[in-house]
Design a protein around this ligand. Structure first.
Ligand SMILES: [Zn+2]
Ligand SMILES: [Zn+2]
Length: 346
């Protein structure tokens, strides 16, 4: 067995190198990875070398959306055995702090999250991981779907925070991977009226394919007027911003219904900008924010395994491990074409 990893060696430079085979410690499993998704954050690090305060320093392995097969177990591993397929929840938390102890472990200040500097990611053949952050995949969930449990969990967190429920009307800004997993999550929560906004036709087609009731092409239409028309002038009960742009974030108070909820998922590149708070206050609408997710991997796997959510359809591109540099180039330079790419690790 040899272990290779894809290192980002500089901006827009990727190199596959042999690395030592990790040995599972107490409570850890050794996983042979089969699929790893390319996340928008991976592409951002590849292009700019940083996201906010997280700065890539030295050779860096990207990738945090992964699934594979257990090939070895360390001492004390009880629930998993060789041959089990698993999805890995990429944040290893301390388990001790106030946030971990109250179940809000996504706020753990000591989290070690794959591919968030200084912690290396998982574009590699083998990884060791704590048993308690590995979720067994049933036979009905493929390893490719397993790698998509992570972005699906973000969508589920957004739907939960927005209290999306049976009959909800939802407007989702952005139809990238997270916009689409949010759409699938809202549908699974029972939303009956889901409008998706983007500027890329291929993404809007995907949204319709995945069950959006309406789409708005913001490059052609006035989003506010289109939303008013679709909602009889009321606005949407839940507005979920996944595009991470200043403009779309600023639009949210004008799209939400009186008493409704805005969920901010995408992070705008600019920290401070104009935002109409008085409109929200006059209408008693609320703003919620999310950071990653918590306690959702198990639910996400159940939703996929029972067919409640068909996550596989979000994938538009698949590449072999040796093609990873090309895969990143395609992600960067063909943004209008790529909705979601995954790497097959063999
Ligand atoms: Zn991700
Ligand atoms: Zn903690």
């Amino acid at each position: 067995m040899t272990n290779k990893a894809a290192f980002m060696t500089d901006l827009e430079k990727m190199e596959i190198r042999e690395i030592p085979m990790p040995v599972p410690g107490d409570g850890e499993i050794l996983v042979k990875l089969e699929y790893v998704g390319i996340c928008g954050s991976d592409v951002h690090y590849y292009e700019y070398g940083r996201i906010g305060d997280f700065i890539v320093n030295g050779d860096f392995i990207l990738g945090h959306e992964c699934a594979g097969t257990v090939v070895k177990t360390g001492n004390g591993v009880k629930t998993l055995r060789e041959g089990d397929r698993v999805a890995l929840e990429p944040g290893i938390t301390c388990g001790e702090c106030e946030f971990c102890k109250t179940g809000r472990y996504n706020l753990c200040p000591d989290v070690q999250f794959l591919a968030t500097p200084p912690y290396q990611g998982c574009f590699e053949n083998y990884i060791t991981f704590p048993e308690n952050m590995a979720f067994k995949l049933p036979d009905t969930v493929s390893s490719k779907e397993g790698a998509l449990i992570e972005p699906l969990s973000v969508g589920l967190e957004a739907a939960e925070q927005g209290n999306v429920t049976l009959g909800s009307s939802v407007l989702i800004l952005g139809a990238g991977c997270i916009g689409l997993t949010t759409l699938l999550a809202c549908k699974a929560h029972g939303a009956t009226d889901i409008t998706v906004v983007d500027v890329i036709p291929k993404r809007l087609d995907k949204a319709l394919e995945l069950g959006a009731t309406n789409v708005i092409d913001a490059s052609q239409e006035d989003v506010l007027a289109a939303c008013q028309k679709l909602t009889g002038g009321e606005g949407a009960e839940v507005v979920i911003e996944t595009a991470g742009a200043v403009k779309t974030t600023q639009q949210t108070p004008y799209l939400v219904k009186r008493g409704g909820t805005i969920v901010l998922v995408g992070m705008a590149p600019q920290d401070e900008f104009d935002f109409n708070f008085s409109k929200l206050m006059g209408e008693v609408a609320e703003i919620k924010t999310i950071f990653r997710y918590k306690n959702l991997f198990g639910k996400a796997i159940k939703a996929v395994s029972t067919g409640l959510i068909d996550i596989s359809k979000i994938v538009t591109h698949e590449f072999g491990f040796e093609e990873i540099a090309h895969a990143f180039d395609v992600n960067m330079h063909q943004k209008n074409d790529v909705v979601k790419a995954v790497i097959r690790i063999n």
